[in-house]
Every structure is written in structure tokens, then in C-alpha cells.
Design a binder for this molecule. Structure first.
Ligand SMILES: CCCCCCCCCCCCCCCCCCCCCCCCCCCCCC(=O)SCCNC(=O)CCNC(=O)[C@H](O)C(C)(C)COP(=O)(O)OP(=O)(O)OC[C@H]1O[C@@H](n2cnc3c(N)ncnc32)[C@H](O)[C@@H]1OP(=O)(O)O
Ligand SMILES: NC(=O)C1=CN([C@@H]2O[C@H](COP(=O)(O)OP(=O)(O)OC[C@H]3O[C@@H](n4cnc5c(N)ncnc54)[C@H](OP(=O)(O)O)[C@@H]3O)[C@@H](O)[C@H]2O)C=CC1
Length: 515
């Protein structure tokens, strides 16, 4: 019997960010392994015209929860969606709901965050720092609370090269930042943002670092742990391989490459691609929840959930495997044949951006205009280039994360728990994982049917022929223009033609003699 699964039985668990990528995988695993848990409170905001209940039903109706419905048929009764907005005071939770949360909650998993790299500092601070502070305040009023698990990111200290499992201080105290956000206007915040974030690449990583400091400073007597996943990718094994539901991290780029939009990316092929499957993160999170509640470590432990030091893969290997998978499992209606490459300096990046990204987009938009349709490719390409420029920082560097606490925890688990809550990335086969990832992107993000693969392959063949035709025509035109203008080119041309003619004559003569 799994000790961790048994631990969550009968518990009241509060999850923030349950409607996000990690939150869904976390809920799924909790219900599948501990169907006898008491209740899962989720803080949800109404969104895109959907009520809370509609949002919950949409999650439960997805393929991700198919297995859960078998082992826990009354799952919908055990989820208690609480209307909350983490941007508001007291999260805008009603008095009755707050009372219930405070008196019942046993474990908190705080996953909610803004993960946008370009978010305005005020908003990023509100969600990643102030909301964490407020949640800690709530937690301190929960008499039955056993553990508070805060999800951060391995990149919260990406301004360092070697990162230990400790909370690093920030140059400006989080409290001062929170205070200043209250009275500074947006224009001034915009002006001081680069100075405040210093050598962090964006407001996301900076505010996640501030969030950790808040957790450490304001955790009081709570049993707290911090988990730092690196780049969360599709699921590895559970509940099935390849599940993914948003465009963050590599997923958006896999689509862009598979559809033929992405032709080049400024990345260092040998840099470590520190991806970590979402189910691995969730298994570690649940194990940490159990360990923190049962063993009550004296200080706040930080756990790195990374792959680089135990089972490294680099961007070169990853990129090649992604491209190889497109050969077997192409995406439908590609714009061009998938054929991306890495560039390593600014000049080649600008060159390929102009030739391979912008020029085809302009030509295609011209074609759309000619045929009476609305041009859209240039806009899409500009967005892609903006995304690439934001991700560049992370694909041109390698970091070393120590994993002592994570390895210690692994050794504390029973063999059964090591199997059920496996977070040992040494067992991960990258090539297989990446293939399943691409397949998952096709099925769950693009919602494409496997039956469409033969047609997708045909489409790619047509694109290849168009590509060859286009290149040949382009070459002939360029050559014709060159011949018209340059005596040297004319001489070369006559030399080639006479050489071919002589070769053919010789070949014909010798084959006649043979007869
Ligand atoms: C040795 C020899 C070697 C040879 C090798 C040859 C091989 C060739 C290589 C081939 C390449 C093949 C494929 C590539 C696969 C691997 C490439 C790897 C790159 C991976 C990089 C990962 C880096 C991640 C770093 C993570 C660090 C921190 C991790 C975390 O803690 S948190 C999670 C990370 N957060 C994010 O990822 C969020 C990023 N997103 C944003 O910040 C924003 O969305 C934005 C990118 C700034 C865009 O903002 P906008 O306002 O412009 O847009 P909006 O968000 O409103 O969306 C608009 C539309 O765009 C879509 N979209 C959103 N995000 C993405 C995305 N990431 N990619 C693509 N598209 C995206 C969105 O859906 C909207 O679409 P619409 O609804 O249709 O309008
Ligand atoms: N994805 C990754 O690669 C990595 C993620 N992480 C961390 O993991 C955690 C989960 O990330 P992930 O699941 O990918 O993120 P998502 O963007 O998928 O999910 C974010 C969640 O936060 C919720 N949320 C955002 N704003 C509010 C608000 N104002 N009120 C209530 N809820 C809100 C969202 O709700 P809604 O659905 O309503 O928008 C959503 O449920 C984050 O803390 C992130 O920093 C760490 C490393 C890597």
C-alpha cells in the first residue's frame, strides 16, 4: 500500500491554479491515487463567459480525467470550486466560503501564478508575490493545516549559474516592492522595471524569486516547502504519455516548427534543455506534501525538480528528435515543410528571420490579398519572432541545479511509493518522451486525428514539389539576369554548356562503339 496515497485519504486539500496545466495534472493524480480524499477546494475565477461550474465540468469531461472517473465516480462531488480572484483583496472569497476553507483545510498546494514573461510588473507582483503573502496569512489561520506547498520555478534564480536548494535574498525586499506598487503609477513602474529586475531576464522570473522570499519570511510556524520545476513539458507516463494543454515552454514552438512557420531559432545546440514532464513534477509535489506534513522538517526545504544533472538532454538532440518525429507524424495543413535549424549569432539570426520568416509571410499575404482574402501571415510571424526573442535567453545558457533534497526524499520513500509517485528522471528515455510529446501536441493541442496522417504526408509532398519548383525558377531567373549583365557569368555558362555537350557526345560515341 502506498503511504503517500493513504496519507491524502480523508484530507481536505486546497489548490490554487487548479485550472492551469500543472493544477489539472495534480488534481487528476490526487483523485486517481487517493479516491477516498475528503474534498479538494479549488480557487477559480469565472473566465471567458464560463461559470465556475462550467469550468470544472469542462476539466472533468476532458480525456485527462477518464481514468479518474473509473476509480472515483463521484469525483465531481468531491471538488468544491470556490469563486476567487487572486488579484483581489482576500481573494474576493465570500465570508461563508472563507470560513469553510479556514476551518477544514489540511494541505495547500499553491500553483497559481502568471507565467507570462512580459507581464506588467504590477500584475506580476500582485499575483506572484502579494497573492502568495495573502495565502500565507490565510494559512496561518487554519488550525488543521499540515503543510503548505509553494510551487516556484527553477529559473527564479536564473541570474546565477549554479543554484542550490536554498532561498536566495533579492536586492530589494519584497515588502518594499509590494508597497511601491500601491502608489507608483504605471508609467513610473515601466520606467523603473529594468532597474528593479536587474539581471533577471523578465518580470516572471523576478517575481517568482520575490515570491520565494515572501514564503520564507512570512511562513511563520507553518510547515512549508518550495518546489522548483524547470521547463514543464507534456506528461511522461501518467495518466497517459504526451498530455499537454497549453502553448507555454516548448509546446508552442513545436507547433510553429511542425506547421512550417518556424525555420530557425537562435539557440545553442549543446546547451542543456532542462525539460521536466508535468507528471514528474506532480509526483514530487505530492511526495513533498506528505513528507512536509509527516516529518515536519525544521526549516523550509526547497526541492529542485529538474532533469539536467541526472539525465541531461541538449537542445540539439531535442530539436533533431522533434524534426524526426514530424517525418512519421506530420501536422495537418502545414504552411511549409518542417525544416528548422539553429542559428548561433545575431547576424545569421537576422538574416534567416528576413529570408525564412518575414519574406515568405509577405509573399503569402500578397497571395491572400490577390485572392481577395485577409492577410494574416505577417502578423502571425511577428508574434512568433517576439515569442522567440523572449525564449532565447533560456535556450542559449545552461544551469546547474543541485538536487540533494529531491534525492533525499526519493530515498525516504518506500519501494511502492517510489513506483506510484515516481520522480526519478534517470529512467526517462528522451527520444521516446519527445516523440510522445509531439504526438500529444498533435492530439490534445491541435486536436488533429491520426486518420489524417496520410493526407498530411501527401500535403507535405506537394509542398516539397512546390519548394523545388520555386527554387528552380528562382535560380533560373537569377542566372538569366546575371548572364545578361556579366561577361564572366556568360563565359562560365558557355563553358558549362560546351562541357556538357562534349561529355554527351563522348558518351554517345562510346556507347555506339560498344554495340
Ligand atoms: C548539433 C546539431 C544541432 C542541429 C539541430 C537542428 C535542429 C533544428 C531545430 C528544430 C526546432 C524544432 C522545434 C523546437 C522544439 C524545441 C525548441 C525549444 C524551445 C523551448 C523554449 C523553452 C523555454 C522556456 C523557458 C522557461 C523558463 C521558465 C519556465 C517556467 O517557469 S514557466 C512557463 C514558461 N512560460 C511561458 O512559456 C510563457 C511564455 N509566453 C508568454 O510570455 C507570452 O505568451 C508571449 C510569448 C510573450 C506572447 O505574448 P502575446 O501577448 O504576444 O501573445 P498571447 O500570450 O496573448 O498569445 C497570442 C497568441 O500566441 C499564442 N502563444 C502564446 N504563447 C505562445 C508560445 N509560447 N508559442 C507560440 N504561440 C504562443 C497564443 O495562443 C495566442 O494565439 P491565438 O489565441 O491564436 O491568438
Ligand atoms: N509551465 C511551466 O513550464 C512551469 C511552471 N512553473 C510554475 O508552476 C505553476 C503552475 O504553472 P502552469 O500550470 O504552467 O501555469 P498556467 O498558466 O497553466 O496556470 C496558471 C493558473 O493560475 C490561475 N490564475 C492566474 N491568475 C489568477 C487569478 N487572478 N485568480 C485566480 N487564479 C488565477 C489560472 O487560472 P485561470 O485558468 O483562471 O487563468 C491557472 O489556473 C506556476 O506557479 C508556475 O510558476 C514552474 C516551472 C515551469
Amino acid at each position: 500500500m502506498s503511504m503517500i496515497a493513504a496519507f491524502y485519504g480523508g484530507k481536505a486539500i486546497l489548490i490554487t491554479g487548479a485550472t492551469g496545466f500543472m493544477g489539472k495534472v495534480l488534481m487528476e493524480k490526487l483523485f486517481r491515487t487517493s479516491p477516498d480524499l475528503k474534498v479538494v477546494y479549488i480557487l477559480v475565477r469565472p473566465k471567458q463567459g464560463q461559470t465556475l461550474q462550467q469550468r470544472v465540468f469542462q476539466i472533468l469531461d476532458s480525456k485527462l480525467f477518464e481514468k479518474v472517473k473509473e476509480v472515483c465516480p463521484n469525483v465531481h462531488e468531491k471538488i468544491r470550486a470556490i469563486s476567487a480572484d487572486l488579484n483581489q483583496n482576500d481573494f474576493a472569497i465570500s465570508k461563508e466560503d472563507m470560513k469553510e476553507l479556514l476551518s477544514h483545510t489540511n494541505i495547500i498546494f499553491h500553483c497559481a501564478a502568471t507565467v507570462r514573461f512580459d507581464d506588467h510588473l504590477r500584475h506580476a507582483v500582485q499575483l506572484n508575490v502579494t497573492a502568495t503573502q495573502q495565502l500565507l496569512l490565510m494559512a496561518s489561520q487554519m488550525p488543521k493545516l499540515e503543510a503548505f506547498i509553494h510551487i516556484s520555478t527553477a529559473f527564479s534564480n536564473c541570474n546565477l549559474k549554479h543554484i542550490d536548494e536554498v532561498v536566495y535574498p533579492c536586492p530589494v525586499e519584497p515588502k518594499k516592492i509590494i508597497d511601491s506598487m500601491e502608489w507608483l503609477d504605471d508609467a513610473i513602474i515601466d520606467e523603473i522595471t529594468p532597474k528593479l529586475i536587474g539581471d533577471w531576464p523578465n518580470t516572471y522570473t523576478y517575481t517568482k524569486a520575490l515570491g520565494e522570499v515572501v514564503v520564507q519570511q512570512e511562513g511563520g510556524n507553518l510547515n512549508i516547502a518550495i518546489i522548483r520545476p524547470s521547463i514543464m513539458g507534456a506528461t511522461w507516463q501518467e495518466p497517459f504519455p504526451g498530455w499537454v494543454d497549453n502553448l507555454n515552454g516548448p509546446s508552442g514552438l513545436i507547433i510553429a516548427a511542425g506547421k512550417g512557420f518556424l525555420r530557425s531559432i537562435r539557440a545553442t545546440p549543446m546547451a542543456v534543455a532542462d525539460l521536466i514532464p508535468a507528471d514528474t513534477v506532480v509526483n514530487l509535489t505530492l511526495a513533498v506534501g506528505w513528507y512536509t506534513a509527516v516529518h515536519r522538517p525544521k526549516s523550509t526545504l526547497v526541492y529542485h525538480c529538474t532533469s539536467g544533472n541526472l539525465n541531461p538532454c541538449n537542445w540539439g538532440k531535442m530539436g533533431l528528435q522533434v524534426l524526426a518525429t514530424f517525418e512519421k507524424i506530420p501536422f495537418e495543413r502545414a504552411f511549409r515543410r518542417p525544416n528548422a535549424d539553429f542559428t548561433t549569432n545575431n547576424i545569421t539570426t537576422h538574416y534567416w528571420n528576413a529570408v525564412s520568416h518575414r519574406a515568405p509571410a509577405i509573399i503569402y499575404d500578397f497571395y491572400l490579398r490577390l485572392t481577395g482574402r485577409k492577410p494574416r501571415m505577417t502578423k502571425l510571424m511577428n508574434r512568433l519572432l517576439r515569442t522567440l526573442s523572449m525564449l532565447e535567453y533560456f535556450v542559449n545558457r545552461s544551469w546547474e541545479w543541485s538536487t540533494y533534497n529531491t534525492e533525499m526524499l526519493m530515498s525516504e520513500l518506500s519501494p511502492e511509493d517510489q513506483r506510484v509517485f515516481n520522480f526519478d528522471v534517470r529512467q526517462l528515455n528522451w527520444l521516446e518522451y519527445i516523440e510522445n510529446y509531439v504526438l500529444g501536441v498533435k492530439k490534445y493541442l491541435l486536436k488533429e486525428d491520426m486518420a489524417g496522417i496520410p493526407e498530411a504526408k501527401q500535403h507535405l509532398k506537394r509542398l516539397r514539389n512546390i519548394h523545388y519548383l520555386f527554387n528552380t525558377a528562382l535560380f533560373l531567373i537569377a542566372w538569366r539576369l546575371l548572364i545578361a549583365r556579366s561577361q564572366v557569368a556568360r563565359n562560365v555558362w558557355f563553358f558549362i554548356v560546351s562541357f556538357c555537350y562534349k561529355f554527351l557526345s563522348y558518351f554517345r560515341a562510346s556507347s555506339t562503339l560498344n554495340v
